[in-house]
Design a protein around this ligand. Sequence first.
Ligand SMILES: [Cu+2]
Length: 118
Amino acid sequence: MKGKLELRITVAAIALFGLAVLGKVSTIHAQTAPSTGSEVKIDNFTFAPKDLTIAAGTMVRWINRDDIPHTVVSDDKTTFKSKALDTDDSFSYTFTKPGTYSYFCSIHPKMTAKVIVQ
Ligand SMILES: [Cu+2]
């Protein structure tokens, strides 16, 4: 009777340990996966980084940390185009095809940068 209970506790402990290990492995995998997203900061009339290299399928999020509005518009004005972003507003776009995507701020056309999708 007592032996059976001990066996059950051992099985439960092994199962819990297994779950803990699995949880840790999936956390590490999430941290190293290339498609978790990338961020471009807009501040002081500058996109940073100016050249961003990512893997196809990555979502890029632009966030305006400047105290004036900016936009994020692809050179062809159709691939992606944000509305005017106020301070702390953000815009996201997922790049699915490899290539070089130059973009600019339509309010301040001298603000330019690019995303290189591999
Ligand atoms: Cu701007």
